[in-house]
Design a protein around this ligand. Structure first.
Ligand code: ADP
Ligand code: MG
Length: 522
């Protein structure tokens, strides 16, 4: 049986043809988000199947929402999603870089260089960058961290929103710093309130829940108390519809209820014997139990979401229990304070433990605005986490990419083989960031790139980049356009990995039909 028969329902493209189509797909993908890059990038309006709309400037959000079918395009989106997961920023850059690397690789293939050689050259370039990139960094201080956080929000909102979000993110980050000085982002809770302005947003040390203690006669505030977290309730179970109860004598139902009540009160007794001051249940609490708890001076909250119980458990070092009666002393946590307070006109429960925890209360006039600000916080906290983890920053505005490209060109000259061409092509690829930033800022891309290169050479400094706010080539560390090392490094690594995997493909087998491939026009 020949190939033809086995692959009857399959369209096949091999070798150069396959590579060309794959490169086209990557370029088309980057083309879709190119215009969002940088502070002057524009927004995209996304409309899903149900007609819901979302306006965003975030590359990975656009790509993940768009229904992209091309498998190679999906590989590039994968690199961008990974970037989002690891570094929280630089997602657009990753896609633009990898498409440019592939475009340059394709030009070499046309000149007769084998893709495997190019892949090898790209790998050499990547290694060189990893060993060199740290030399271009500046150690950040409080002021630069704030600038970097603001830069990360470039294009995402007005000036005072960026100020508020970056300041609060830096404070929240400090609240959840563990002993190893690592920021535990998962311990930051974000809640939202509409009807006010973004500048009124605040950050509170501890966890804030929109909850009131179940009885106002319970203590409003407990200090240095013991807390139990119950993954269930302190209530009678309601009869389920398929449950059978054999009533053999009068009053048996009443007795059953009495027994249940007794059992519940035994549970309260057990809580008291453990010295519990605060009770938080995932489910309800019956009135009898409530009264008993109130009499004993215990503060109780019901219908606390499991995710909140998890956060409290981390912060107060408590184990969530399923069965109250089997709860032991070591399941009980300690809280520094547990208090009911008015925030923004609503009663809230604020709990602080010895383990860290923080809550950002996002305020804004409408649900849409609050949603957008929440996304800004999410991005900003990712960047702040990176900086607290590693305080080295790189100059933005394309400066570090140009500096790395210059370094790679010098390195390429030392390579005798054909890989030399691939390393040079990689260097050209890095420069795409400055070109696209300029393009989006209404400047001439080539001229801007050349001015940055010339300035870096004449001043012998890698800090010179393109400041889009005035169109000048400036020292980006002095003017505060900086970004964490981890973000740029990961963007380059992610883009290289995606490009190399695509270069290695020389045979594409499509089941049934071929997905439409856009023409290579650029
Ligand atoms: P990404 O999804 O890749 O993070 P962004 O749209 O956030 O894309 O743009 C990030 C790029 O914008 C970075 O290269 C950064 O250096 C650059 N940038 C930020 N602020 C400025 C500025 N004032 N001038 C020039 N470039 C800037
Ligand atoms: Mg960004």
């Amino acid at each position: 049986m020949g190939d033809g028969e086995i692959l009857k329902d399959t369209t096949r493209s091999t070798g150069r043809d396959a590579l060309k189509k794959n490169v086209q797909a990557a370029i088309a993908l980057a083309g879709a988000i190119r215009s969002t890059l940088g502070p002057k990038g524009l927004d995209k309006l996304l409309i899903d199947d149900d007609g819901r709309t979302l306006v965003t400037n975030d590359g990975v959000t656009v790509l993940e929402t768009a229904k992209v079918e091309h498998p190679v395009a999906k590989m590039v989106i994968g690199a961008s999603s990974l970037q989002d997961k690891i570094a929280k920023d630089g997602t657009t850059s990753t896609v633009i870089l990898s498409s440019e690397m592939l475009r340059n690789a394709w030009e070499l293939v046309v000149q007769g260089i084998h893709p495997a050689v190019i892949a090898r050259g790209f790998r050499m370039a990547e290694q060189k960058i990893i060993s060199e990139i740290e030399k271009y960094t500046t150690v950040g201080n409080e002021e630069l961290f704030k600038q970097a956080a603001i830069s990360a929000l470039s294009g995402k909102g007005h000036e005072s929103l960026k100020q508020t979000v970056s300041e609060l993110s830096l404070i929240a980050g400090k609240y959840v710093m563990n002993k190893n000085r690592k920021m535990e982002k998962e311990k930051i809770k974000i809640i939202s309130q509409t009807g006010s302005v973004v500048e009124d947003s605040e950050v509170v040390q501890g966890l804030v829940l929109a909850k009131k203690r179940i009885d106002l006669k319970m203590p409003k505030e407990i200090k240095d108390g013991k807390i139990i977290l119950i993954d269930g309730g302190l209530e009678r179970r309601s009869f389920s519809s398929d449950m059978k109860l054999n009533v053999t004598s009068p009053g048996i139902l009443e007795q059953f209820r009495m027994k249940e009540r007794e059992m519940l009160l035994t549970q309260v007794e057990h809580l008291k014997s453990l010295g519990v001051d605060v009770v938080a249940c995932k489910e309800g609490i019956d009135d009898d139990v409530k009264n008993d708890l109130t009499k004993s001076g215990i503060q109780a909250f019901r219908r606390v979401a499991k995710s909140d119980l998890d956060l409290i458990s981390m912060s107060c070092d408590a184990t969530i229990v399923n069965d109250v009666l089997s709860a032991k002393k070591d399941s009980i946590g300690t809280c520094k304070s547990s208090v009911n307070e008015m925030l923004g006109g609503l009663e809230h429960w604020i709990i602080t433990g010895n383990g860290c925890g923080a809550t950002i209360i996002v305020r804004g006039s409408t649900v849409d605005i609050v949603g957008e600000v929440e996304r800004c916080f999410d991005d900003c906290l990712g960047v702040v986490g990176q900086m607290y983890d590693d305080d080295r920053l790189l100059p933005g505005g394309g400066a570090s990419y140009v500096a790395l490209a210059r370094c790679l060109r010098r390195y390429a000259e030392t390579i005798p083989g054909r890989e030399q061409l691939a390393v040079a092509a990689f260097a050209d690829g890095l420069e795409v960031i400055v070109r696209v930033l300029a393009e989006n800022g209404g400047l001439d891309p080539i001229e801007s790139l050349l001015s940055v290169v010339a300035k870096q050479t004449s001043e012998n400094s890698h800090n010179y980049g393109l400041n889009l706010f005035n169109g000048e080539v400036e020292d980006m560390v002095s003017n505060g356009v900086v970004e964490p090392l981890g973000i740029v490094r990961q963007a380059i690594i992610g883009a290289t990995e995606a490009s190399i995997s695509i270069l290695r493909i020389d045979d594409v087998l499509w089941a049934k039909q071929e997905v439409e491939i856009p023409e290579l026009t650029e």
